[in-house]
Design a protein around this ligand. Structure first.
Ligand SMILES: Cc1ncc(COP(=O)(O)O)c(C=O)c1O
Length: 378
């Protein structure tokens, strides 16, 4: 899509191409974050930029643990936290620790496309389970997907690509499943969008609900620091195997070549990691796009967080529909890439004006598709 976008811009002029494909925060990090980075760089304290324990600086992990204690009421310490090179590294670090070749990781569609490859990186296999109509987890289908090879359930809420926030009841039911399971299965909660929520919806804290839970997250989205690569893994203190997993992941993070998370950004997030970008502009763009699409006739679950909108396509073939939209200069990503054909992902990391100017193209493409219609039920 990136290359198609470049070709179209060349052909038609950049102002006639509306690129909704990339989930790359277009805003700048909060000034307090940049100021903290400058303070670290100006500091004369020795060894700020040297090797450290592979899990990260203890003072930084203490700060993260204190935030987790406040949020969850659970007894997190520095020994439950490993600083990572973003959420992507957090996920690979833990998957390498828990997977043997042939093991399975269950996820719920729609899902972040890279999960497939993250599981494969470590000999594992991603097992994708369709969601309920409202795009929240269908627990009966997750239960049916569990086999003796299942090692983890991997969920992402607020969700990329749907923006849906999973309710506490989903996690209560997952806890029941995991308690009944014949082998130890962990829940990995991938949460880089936790702070990007609208309409006063608060995503439930997972560790108080699920005993065997591991948080994988980053400041890529909440502080618009995606290029700086800073995140963490946190093992619930309620897990019997927390200490063992901490040791294992300290090792896997190293041998995967991450070694440790960037020192500069560790110091920064220790200081200002509880800040969040202003979500107001994303809410406004969510409203503009969601309401605009609904007025045209698109069906869509209203996103409550993250920065995507994930409408159904008026024809079954989402790849063909993406091509039709591209003829209007509107670039989107087919839902098939996220395990959910018949949908498209629209990223809101664009100017407000881009949405206003692209909506007529969404409208014309919808009208063009209507005679063909959908055959599938969902
Ligand atoms: C659901 C999800 N998980 C993980 C990641 C990876 O995040 P990071 O940039 O912190 O590695 C992303 C990035 O877009 C994402 O959307």
């Amino acid at each position: 899509m990136f290359e198609e976008g470049a070709r179209l811009k060349e052909e038609r002029g950049a102002d006639k191409v509306f690129d909704f494909t990339l989930g790359n925060p277009e805003i700048e990090p909060p000034p307090a974050v940049l100021a903290a980075a400058q303070r670290v760089l100006a500091s004369k304290t020795p060894h700020l930029h040297a090797y450290m324990p592979n899990a990260g600086h203890v003072r930084v992990r203490d700060a993260v643990a204190a935030r987790l204690r406040a949020a969850t009421g659970l007894d997190y310490t520095a020994n439950h936290v490993i600083m990572t090179v973003g959420a992507g590294a957090a996920l690979n670090t833990v998957l390498k620790a828990i997977l043997d070749p042939g093991d399975e990781v269950i996820t719920v569609a729609p899902f972040f496309a890279e999960y497939t490859f993250y599981a494969q990186n470590h000999g594992g296999r991603l097992v994708v389970v369709p969601p309920k109509q409202d795009l929240t987890p269908d627990i009966a289908r997750i239960a049916a997907a569990i086999t003796p090879r299942t090692r983890a359930i991997l969920v992402n809420s607020p969700n990329n690509p749907s923006g849906v926030i999973y309710p506490a009841s989903s996690f209560v039911e997952i806890e029941e499943l995991l308690t009944r399971a014949e082998q130890p299965i962990v829940l990995i909660s991938d949460e880089p969008y936790r702070a990007l929520v609208f309409d006063d919806v608060i995503p439930p804290e997972v560790p108080p609900l699920v005993t065997r839970s591991i948080i994988a997250t980053s400041w890529s989205k909440s502080l618009a620091l995606a290029g700086e690569r800073i995140g963490y893994l946190a093992f619930s203190p309620r897990m019997a195997e927390a200490a063992e997993l901490f040791e294992a992941c300290t090792f896997t993070s190293r041998v995967l070549g991450f070694v440790n998370a960037p020192a500069l950004w560790q110091w920064v997030v220790a200081e200002v990691g509880d800040q969040v970008i202003d979500v107001g502009p994303y809410r406004e763009k969510r409203d503009l796009m969601y309401e605009g699409l609904r007025r045209i006739g698109y069906e869509c679950v209203k996103p409550q967080g993250a920065f995507y909108v994930f409408p159904r396509t008026p024809i079954d073939d989402d790849v063909a529909f993406v091509r039709w939209l591209a003829e209007e200069g509107v670039l989107t990503v087919p839902g098939s890439g996220f395990g959910m054909p018949g949908h498209i992902r629209i990223s809101l990391t664009v100017e407000r004006e881009t949405i206003v100017r692209a909506l007529p193209g969404f409208g014309r493409t919808f009208a063009k598709a209507r005679p063909a219609g959908r055959r599938s039920a969902d």
